[in-house]
Design a protein around this ligand. Structure first.
Ligand SMILES: CC(C)(COP(=O)(O)OP(=O)(O)OC[C@H]1O[C@@H](n2cnc3c(N)ncnc32)[C@H](O)[C@@H]1OP(=O)(O)O)[C@@H](O)C(=O)NCCC(=O)NCCS
Length: 192
């Protein structure tokens, strides 16, 4: 990488570190890239072999605990990894939380997360890297095998149907079904 490339990588890292640390309500971080196969300088998967081994070990332990039928170890490991998890949150066995940036996940009180649901906090597009906070509001239900994309907010007491893929916010009390998910019912019980 040339000098200007290095300067760009450093400033992107600083910008990303500020995004992760701040609680400003900023939801999405974007970085232009040449192609998803090229290093961004932001992924913990880039770096020394030792760093990569440490990340792999951490992810393996997390996935092992998340596969268990007991709730407490799942909540514990998510909090250890930096996610914010409220009270009375139930996480079903096999749920997947993006291991690269779990600190961008907030799950409020009384949320139910179904089996094998996936919560993603980063994605690569052809010419853009994105990382985003995922906020699952109080009392929401995430169906089994659903996928929640980065930067998405699931509103209070909203339901994401089993297998739905959600790339946009789901309003409070709404039901989102399908792939891509569509809102089939709002909080008044009527079709939107
Ligand atoms: C979405 C859900 C809440 C049902 O909501 P509802 O308002 O009662 O919806 P209905 O059952 O009346 O279905 C409404 C429509 O969506 C369809 N639908 C329901 N669930 C669906 C799903 N998961 N995927 C795709 N379509 C679905 C129905 O077939 C129906 O289609 P139609 O209008 O063409 O007949 C429920 O199906 C669901 O997915 N709950 C989550 C279950 C789960 O995964 N729990 C966790 C287990 S660990």
């Amino acid at each position: 990488m040339n000098d200007s490339g290095q300067v760009e990588a450093v400033s992107a890292r600083e910008r990303f570190a500020r995004f992760r640390a701040a609680d400003s309500g900023e939801r999405l971080f974007t970085l232009p890239i040449v192609h998803p196969t090229r290093p961004t300088g932001l992924c913990p998967c880039e770096g020394s072999a030792l760093k990569l081994l440490w990340l792999t070990a951490k992810v393996a332990v997390a996935r092992l605990l998340l596969a268990l039928p007991f709730n407490a170890p799942k909540v514990w490991i998510l909090r250890r990894l930096g996610a914010r998890v409220g009270r009375n949150v139930h996480i079903s066995a096999g749920a997947y939380f993006d291991p690269l940036f779990p600190d961008l996940i907030t799950i409020e009180d009384d949320v139910m997360i179904g089996t094998d649901a996936k919560i993603m906090t980063h994605e690569y597009r052809m010419t853009e890297f994105r990382a985003g906070r995922v906020l699952i509001r109080k009392g929401a239900v995430i169906g089994g095998f659903a996928v929640i994309g980065c930067g998405v907010e699931i509103g209070e007491r909203a339901t994401v149907a089993g297998t739905a893929t959600v790339g946009r916010d789901v309003p409070p009390g709404a039901i989102a079904i399908g792939n891509p998910a569509r809102i089939v019912q709002n909080s008044s019980g009527r079709q939107p």
